[in-house]
Design a protein. Structure first.
Length: 408
C-alpha cells in the first residue's frame, strides 16, 4: 500500500516476521493495519546466518494467508528428527511416515533461511491494499486511552488506531512504556551459528545432539547444506569463534561427525547470547504483546518463531470474530480473550524448553543414564511418540482456525 494513512484499525509496531505476518492475517479479515518498522525501506538487515524452523502448523497459517506458495520453493522439508544424547546408543527418532492419516504424507516442518522469509513476507505485504508499511521511523510516544491509541512518530507524523500491537522484540519499548514487567534471565550459553556444505545428501533429516555444553543442532537446508546451531558455554564460545578457519572446522567436525562425508563451512559464523523473557501480562489498555515482546525462549526445540506464528493466528481470529460481531476490536474483553488463549500455552513451552536445556546440558552420570532411558522409552511407545511428533508439528492444544487449515 502506498502513502501514509492517518488512521488504521490496528497499529503494529515492528516489521519483523511476526509483525508482517499479523498484518497479512488482519488483511484477510478485512482489518486495516499500519506497520511501523525502524529500518528504512531498501536498507537490508545485516546478514545474520540464521535459519528458522517452521512447524507444520505454522506452515498451515502461512498457507491460509496465501504466503506459502511464495515460500515453499525455498523451504526444505524436515522429514525426520533424530534426538541423541552425545554418543549414547539410545536415541529418539521421529519419522513423519509413522503419523496417521493425511499427516503421514506431510513433513514435520520446514527450514527456511531468514533472508528468504523476510523477502517473501515483505513482497506479500506490499501487495495488500489495506496494509501500510511505514519504514525508517520509530514510535516516539504512544498515547492510549479508552477510545483508542495515538502514535507520535519520530518524523513528526502521527497515526490513530483502535489497538496497538507490540511486535518489537524481546526488548520491546512499548512493553516497557506500558509498565509490563517481565521474567528474564540469561543462560550461561552462547549459540554459534553457521552453515556447512557436505558430500552426502541429508535426506531431510534434522539432528539434535545433546552435548555437555548444550544442544548441537544439524538442520537440513536446500541442497547439500545444513544449518548449525551450536550451543556452547558463554565462557568457551569466544575462543571457538576466534579460531582460524581450519581449527574452527576441526572443532565443528569433532561434534558433527562424518555421517555426511566431508564438510566445509560456507559463509560466516555468528554468535548470539541465549536468554529467556516472559511478560507478566500480554495485554494492557488498547495494547497487545506478540512474538518475542511477549515471550523469548531457548532455541533447544526450534519453537521460538512458531510461538509467534501461533500468536498471530490467535490474535487475528480474536479480532476477526470481534469485528464480525460488531464489537470494538480494541476493547478489554476482546484482547483478554487473546491473553487467556495464549499465555498458558506459551508458559508451558517456555517451562518445557528451559527444563530440557537444564536436564541435558550437563554430564552427570546418573542424570545422563536417566535421560537416555527416557529417550529410549518414548521411542518404543508409538502412541506417546506420535503425540510428541504432533507437538513438534504445532498441532497439539486449542488450535486457532488458521492452524487447523480453516479460513479466518
Amino acid at each position: 500500500m502506498s502513502g501514509r494513512p492517518n488512521t488504521a484499525d490496528v497499529l503494529i509496531v515492528g516489521g519483523g516476521f511476526v509483525g508482517l505476518t499479523l498484518a497479512a492475517a488482519l488483511s484477510r479479515a478485512g482489518i486495516a493495519s499500519a506497520v511501523i518498522e525502524e529500518r528504512a525501506a531498501g536498507r537490508a538487515a545485516a546478514k545474520d546466518g540464521r535459519t528458522s524452523a517452521i512447524a507444520y502448523g505454522s506452515a498451515q497459517v502461512l498457507r491460509g494467508l496465501g504466503i506459502w506458495p511464495r515460500l515453499e520453493p525455498v523451504a526444505e522439508p524436515i522429514l525426520e528428527i533424530r534426538v541423541s544424547d552425545g554418543t549414547a546408543p539410545l536415541f529418539l527418532h521421529y519419522d513423519h511416515r509413522e503419523l496417521e492419516g493425511r499427516l503421514a504424507d506431510a513433513p514435520l516442518g520446514y527450514m527456511v533461511e531468514n533472508d528468504d522469509l523476510k523477502r517473501v513476507l515483505l513482497d506479500h505485504v506490499a501487495g495488500l491494499s489495506n496494509v501500510a508499511l511505514i519504514t525508517g521511523v520509530t514510535v516516539r510516544r504512544l498515547a492510549r486511552n479508552s477510545d483508542g491509541v495515538r502514535a507520535e512518530l519520530s518524523d513528526g507524523g502521527a497515526i490513530e488506531a483502535r489497538l496497538a500491537v507490540a511486535a518489537d522484540g524481546r526488548d520491546s519499548a512499548l512493553r516497557r512504556e506500558a509498565g509490563i514487567a517481565v521474567a528474564r534471565w540469561r543462560y550461561p550459553q552462547t549459540a554459534i551459528v553457521c552453515t556447512v556444505a557436505h558430500e552426502k545428501p541429508h535426506r531431510g533429516i534434522a539432528h539434535e545432539r545433546f552435548l555437555p555444553a548444550g544442544p548441537f543442532a544439524i538442520l537440513p537446508m536446500k541442497g547439500k547444506r545444513s544449518s548449525i546451531v551450536w550451543t556452547e558455554s558463554a565462557k568457551n564460545a569466544p575462543r571457538l569463534l576466534a579460531l582460524p578457519d581450519a581449527e574452527f572446522k576441526a572443532e565443528l567436525s569433532r561434534r558433527f561427525g562424518d555421517f555426511l562425508g566431508k564438510i566445509e563451512v560456507v559463509g560466516g559464523r555468528w554468535s548470539y547470547p541465549l536468554g529467556l523473557v516472559h511478560a507478566d501480562r500480554y495485554v494492557a489498555e488498547r495494547l497487545v504483546l506478540a512474538g518475542d515482546a511477549a515471550h523469548a525462549i531457548h532455541p533447544i526445540a526450534g519453537q521460538g518463531l512458531n510461538l509467534g506464528f501461533r500468536d498471530v493466528a490467535v490474535l487475528a481470529e480474536v479480532l476477526a470474530d470481534a469485528r464480525k460481531a460488531g464489537r470494538d476490536i480494541g476493547a478489554a474483553e476482546v484482547i483478554r480473550r487473546y491473553e487467556r488463549w495464549r499465555r498458558f500455552d506459551s508458559f508451558a513451552l517456555i517451562a518445557a524448553t528451559d527444563s530440557l536445556n537444564r536436564l541435558f546440558s550437563n554430564d552427570i552420570a546418573p542424570i545422563r543414564l536417566a535421560r537416555d532411558l527416557g529417550l529410549a522409552a518414548v521411542n518404543r511407545v508409538p502412541g506417546l511418540k506420535r503425540f510428541f511428533m504432533r507437538h513438534a508439528m504445532g498441532l497439539v492444544g486449542d488450535l486457532p482456525r488458521l492452524m487447523r487449515g480453516e479460513p479466518l
